[in-house]
Design a protein around this ligand. Structure first.
Ligand SMILES: Nc1ncnc2c1ncn2[C@@H]1O[C@H](COP(=O)(O)OP(=O)(O)OP(=O)(O)O)[C@@H](O)[C@H]1O
Ligand SMILES: CC(C)(CO)[C@@H](O)C(=O)[O-]
Length: 290
């Protein structure tokens, strides 16, 4: 095939308990979040234009990458191509801001794996490709739980950390409308490189709380409590969450970004100029051939 395109939903983590591991396929997080209809589309094109099998010249992973038309670097994407042993040009386009808590790096890695498998006829299974993307993301330090959530879709719950074969998933059976406003980036690598004990403790408490009553309101409430307990809440987000609550709505902070998300019309009701989307029901997918 000349090229292939895949889509992965943006993934907002409501709360998480990180479990790093030397083996990046076993590394991961427990937690829960929202897979969004807004997300990331990736087109993969063989770099030599042939698309026939893996790269014999040993240039695998030497990808040129564009993010929304501008040359950019994305370590998880490079790692996926190296692991799959192919040389490709990758074009990423994102509906959501990068570095702001939507798991763009995980979505780009996962879409790249799905599209590269098709473009290069690699004959890998979906679980195998999810594992490659998850391990690339964990090894790059840009995320722990986004890829598995993005593959599942819906309101994914990570009961056990890690790639397929190690992790265990569940979900919250709801499909709310979601609004979001982003005030900017927060470095995932810096938070994951810091003291994880308070984050893990708060994340475990939030997961216990959610699984007692797994609905959308509890997901937001558990996320809100987590942001405070884990010491991750930032002032602009706290202000917006309070403004939504003052209007009777539910909002919380997107991990890990300076981003607030709300259910229904919570942010517009509070006077914010918010983007709106729905829940992506089925998760990441190869775009059908035209
Ligand atoms: N313009 C850009 N702004 C921010 N990051 C960029 C940009 N271009 C490329 N990147 C790369 O994108 C990745 C962003 O990862 P990061 O984990 O910070 O955010 P994210 O994946 O969008 O979501 P989350 O905040 O949920 O983890 C990094 O690998 C970074 O090097
Ligand atoms: C670490 C994280 C919050 C970064 O977006 C996410 O990958 C997660 O939930 O593990």
């Amino acid at each position: 095939m000349d090229e292939a395109t895949a889509f992965a939903p943006g993934h907002v983590t409501a709360f998480f308990a990180p479990y790093p591991d030397r083996d990046p396929a076993r590394a991961g997080s427990r937690g829960a979040g929202l897979a969004l209809s807004d997300g990331v589309e990736v087109t993969v094109r063989p770099a030599d234009g042939t698309g026939e099998g893996s790269d014999p010249a040993g240039d695998a992973g030497l990808a040129s990458l564009e993010l929304d038309g501008v040359p950019a670097q994305m370590e998880p994407v490079e790692r996926v191509l190296a692991e799959l042993n192919v040389a490709a040009e990758v074009a990423v386009s994102s509906d959501v801001p990068v570095g702001a808590g939507f798991g763009v790096s995980g979505a780009a890695a996962l879409s790249t794996a799905l599209a590269a498998n098709a473009a290069f006829d690699l004959d890998r299974s979906e679980n195998d490709l999810v594992r490659v993307a998850h391990a690339a993301e964990a090894a790059a330090g840009t995320g722990l739980g986004d890829v598995v959530g993005q593959f599942r879709g819906g309101l994914p719950v990570r009961l056990e950390p890690g790639a397929p074969g190690y992790g265990r998933m569940d979900g919250v059976p709801a499909r709310p409308r979601v609004e979001y406003v982003s005030f900017g980036e927060l470095s995932t690598e810096r938070v994951l490189g810091g003291d994880l004990d308070p984050v893990r403790e708060a994340g475990e408490a939030a997961l216990t709380r959610l699984m007692r009553a797994p609905d959308e309101a509890e997901l937001l409430a558990a996320g809100r409590e987590f942001a405070v307990e884990a010491g991750l809440q930032v002032p602009e987000v706290a202000e917006a969450v309070e403004a939504v609550e003052a209007e009777g709505g539910l909002a919380s902070m997107a991990m890990l970004g300076r981003t607030v998300y709300a259910l229904g019309t919570g942010l517009t009701d509070a006077g914010y100029d918010a983007a709106a989307c729905s829940i992506h029901p089925t998760g990441a997918t190869l775009r059908p051939e035209e």
